[in-house]
Design a protein around this ligand. Structure first.
Ligand code: AHR
Length: 507
């Protein structure tokens, strides 16, 4: 049998096997693994979550249609306010009467920042959208003292200057923000106030001390490398931790992938992410041993996605420029699916992960000014993983053909299996990156004794360039496949080439 996928011809009958052993635990997923990111960048805030003259705007100017899509994604934390933006941001510009807030130049994104949204409004939005804030403090132009003042403003109950100012500004109760990023990508020369590793390590340690003295219940993320491609990786990570290990709880990882006209390499991005996570884990554990520490620092993959950085263009100074507005294809959705599964399979060390970002800026949700909001293709794999990967991750043994890529020989099948928290279901996620072959796949759940397939959802399209637009929002949407009966807990399914599959079983 043949069919066409953007010029590829595929034939039936490659065999694959996914074995799931109910006794092979990786970890319980942390809800924060299903997090995202809103930065003061482009139209993420202004024209994204906030558009006061939009017909769907609520009494605070937040778009209700966007809120409902954020809820549909099941996002846990939302990292805020940056990103590169935070390294030049004075959080005090964004509080108090709006009419007296200063308009500033945002040097990170060559933009004009009106400061109409600040921490108080964003807190309200987080409540409305059912999310929590992963707050970031400025380690570029900002001082440790100012980071502490922000913790006091947000989390201290009252009776002090900053906490009483929060009350005066309309919020009697503290925000209780539990997780904080101590800066952003401080290894990057593009970062406002970039530092060398030792300088940042010391500054982060002293900032962390102040922040935790004000609220000992908070957890802190220290900046790791901005990418595994950084020339200073992984020495940066080791050095920073040698100063800050005892004061922080997580080390950050950031990584974006884009297609440089080689679909095979692009589809194997997940293998590179896996290697990155394992390498960073080794660096963290090296420092742990060096310090004879009892505590384990875990990982916060607080920026990940597909991002076509090659498409970025210069623009004039303006408010909310329409920048980084990638329109994602079916192919991009497959890559995002593989990255999401890799985070799940590393849930023993990755506790926080943020799809960067959430609205308009390299995002699963796209909005028209004054108009519609659309689910981009990448919306679906994120939603599937967010919905069904909460629970106990089991190690899957995947047997499939491999593809030769710049990351080495990579299995064309990528999988993860998660038992739901109530113990009643196991979800097997299955990504087929094979460009030609349908895979006759055995899903072996025999270790569960009895299992019954209850649903199978597939995301695929004959055109890997297919995208969802405002006029054609349902070009790439999941479809329901027919369930098959198993034999002794082994299920035979035909997995389409270039497809993303979510198979659920009652156990
Ligand atoms: O998410 C876009 C940008 O990517 C962030 O501002 C920065 O941290 C990263 O380089």
């Amino acid at each position: 049998m043949t069919n066409g996928i953007r010029g590829y011809t595929f034939v039936r009958n490659m065999k694959s096997r996914i074995i799931v052993d109910r006794n092979q635990f990786i970890a319980e997923t942390d809800d924060r693994l299903f997090s995202s990111f809103i930065e003061h960048l482009g139209r993420a805030v202004y024209g994204g979550i906030y558009e006061p003259d939009h017909p769907e705007a609520d009494d605070q100017g937040f778009r209700k249609d966007v809120i409902s899509l954020v809820k549909e994604l099941g996002v846990d934390l939302v990292r805020y306010p940056g990103g590169n933006f935070v390294s030049g941001y004075n959080w005090k510009d964004g509080i108090g009467p709006r009419s007296s807030r200063p308009v500033r130049l945002d040097l990170a994104w060559h933009s004009i920042e009106s400061n109409q949204i600040g921490i108080d409004e964003f807190y309200d939005w987080s409540v409305k959208s059912g999310t929590k804030i992963l707050a970031a403090v400025n380690m570029g132009t900002g001082l440790p003292r100012e980071a502490g003042e922000l913790v006091e403003y947000c989390n201290f109950p009252g009776g002090t200057y900053w906490s009483d100012l929060r009350k005066k500004n309309g919020h009697e109760q503290p925000y209780g923000i539990k997780t904080w990023c101590v800066g952003n990508e401080m290894d990057g020369k593009w970062q406002t106030g970039h530092l060398e590793a030792a300088d940042y390590g010391k500054k982060a340690r002293e900032t962390a001390k102040i922040m935790k003295w004000i609220d000992p219940s908070i957890e802190l993320v220290v900046c790791g490398s901005a990418s595994s491609d950084m020339p200073t990786f992984p020495e940066w990570d080791r050095t920073v931790l040698e100063y800050a290990y005892d004061s922080v709880d997580y080390l950050s990882l950031h990584r974006y992938y884009e297609n440089f006209n080689n679909d095979t390499d692009f589809l194997a991005s997940w293998a590179n992410m896996d290697h990155f996570i394992k390498t960073v884990t080794a660096a963290v554990d090296y420092v742990k041993t060096l310090k004879r520490s009892e505590r384990t620092v875990n990982l916060s993959f607080d920026e990940w996605n597909v991002w076509y950085q090659q498409n970025q263009k210069e623009h004039d100074w303006m408010s909310a420029p329409p920048i980084l507005e990638d329109h994602y294809s079916m192919l991009d959705a497959l890559v995002v699916a593989g990255l999401g599964l890799t985070l799940v399979n590393n849930a023993d060390r990755v506790k926080i992960a943020c799809l960067a970002q959430l609205v308009n800026v390299i995002a699963p949700i796209f909005t028209e000014k004054g108009g519609r909001a659309v689910r981009q293709t990448i919306f679906y794999p994120f939603k599937d993983i967010s919905l069904y990967a909460r629970g106990t991750v089991l190690r899957t043994c995947v047997q499939s053909s491999t593809a030769e890529t710049k990351y080495g020989s990579v299995p064309v099948m990528c999988s993860a299996a998660v038992v739901s928290r109530d113990g009643q279901f196991v979800t097997v996620f299955c990504l087929n990156t094979d460009k030609k072959d349908v895979h006759e796949t055995q899903i072996d759940l025999s270790s569960f004794g009895k299992a019954q397939m209850i649903s199978w959802q597939e995301l695929s399209n004959h055109d890997m360039n297919a995208k969802n637009t405002c006029d054609a929002p349902d070009t790439v949407v999941p479809s329901v496949k027919e369930c098959t009966g198993g034999k002794n807990g082994v299920f035979e399914v035909y997995v389409q080439p270039l497809s993303w599959n979510v198979l659920r079983f009652s156990i």
